[in-house]
Design a protein around this ligand. Structure first.
Ligand SMILES: Nc1nc2c(ncn2[C@@H]2O[C@H](COP(=O)(O)OP(=O)(O)OP(=O)(O)O)[C@@H](O)[C@H]2O)c(=O)[nH]1
Ligand SMILES: [Mg+2]
Length: 260
């Protein structure tokens, strides 16, 4: 994916051993899952013996992964973060967390904090708490079970009712048609469905075969970043950015099933 180097453990992948890392300005501290609040850490670093100084921004985005029981949310996250897949099904209780670190471009590191919400939570009353301060969502259904597709709108309604960006806009949500390895025929295109129901894109995914998961995540992050940029341009140039709340503008995207 275009978001070059990625890791689950380190956010300083662009800095080699011969580089001297100087965190001269840090506007934030590390955030734990339970107190997650997307924020920007601005740092200056330099290379030893060289005069060049560069600014690197680090963005923390809280992303929700929702959908009915057994659709493959945990499997998608495990594939995306740890590059593993298991046929074994152990249902998630409550919520689980994972962190994916992306070297988005030479100046930007993105830490994606993935909140794996148990399918059974749609019937519970905790989602409002789990959704708080999220800036994007992956909504998953299982292509072999129609009921899970029908539930997608219930999940979307739940998201829209309980979490919004600045100005009350919904957080960007990408629809994942998972377990695509289990159907022979092609799915009908979901562009119209997505436009009608406020999804910013859709992807046929397979956690088993590692199909389209990076692409779907990239689509979501691009939308989140667009919201970020709009948010920044509305602020004073020198102000500290606390990300997570965005404005309305969106620019066209290039990924295949991201809607323009
Ligand atoms: N064939 C196939 N099986 C999958 C895929 N993704 C997940 N599974 C299987 O589906 C079952 C459920 O997957 P999970 O990832 O645990 O589902 P979940 O959405 O997290 O379920 P809950 O935590 O109960 O909400 C497991 O047996 C997985 O191995 C896929 O892309 N293809
Ligand atoms: Mg799970």
């Amino acid at each position: 994916m275009a978001a070059g180097h990625s890791t689950t453990t380190s956010s300083s992948g662009s800095i080699t051993h011969k580089h001297l890392f100087l965190a001269l300005i840090s506007t934030s501290t590390v955030t734990t899952p339970t107190t997650a609040q997307p924020q920007t850490i601005k740092m200056l670093h330099s290379c030893t013996g060289e005069t060049e100084w560069r600014m690197q921004q680090e963005l923390l985005f809280k992303v929700l992964v929702v959908g009915d029981l057994g659709v493959g949310k945990t499997s998608i996250i495990k594939r995306y973060v740890h590059q593993i897949f298991s046929q074994h099904y152990r249902t998630t209780i409550g919520v689980d967390f994972a962190l994916k670190v992306l070297q988005w471009d030479s100046d930007t590191v993105i830490r994606l904090q993935l909140w794996d919400i148990a399918g059974q939570e749609r019937y519970g009353n905790m989602t409002r708490v789990y959704y708080r301060e999220a800036v994007g969502a992956l909504v998953v259904f299982d292509v072999t079970r129609a009921s899970t597709f029908e539930a997608v709108l219930k999940w979307k309604d739940d998201l829209d009712a309980k979490v919004t960006l600045n100005h009350g806009r919904p957080i960007p949500a990408v629809l994942l048609a998972n377990k695509s390895d289990q159907i022979a025929c092609q799915l009908p295109k979901l562009d119209f469905f997505c436009r009608e129901n406020g999804f910013v894109g859709w992807f046929e995914t397979s956690a088993k075969e590692n199909t389209n998961i990076d692409e779907a995540a990239r689509c979501l992050v691009e939308h989140i970043m667009n919201n970020e940029e709009s948010s920044v341009s509305e602020r004073e140039p020198t102000s500290i950015l606390l990300s997570g709340y965005a404005s309305t503008a969106r620019s066209p995207l290039n990924c295949s099933s991201c809607l323009k």
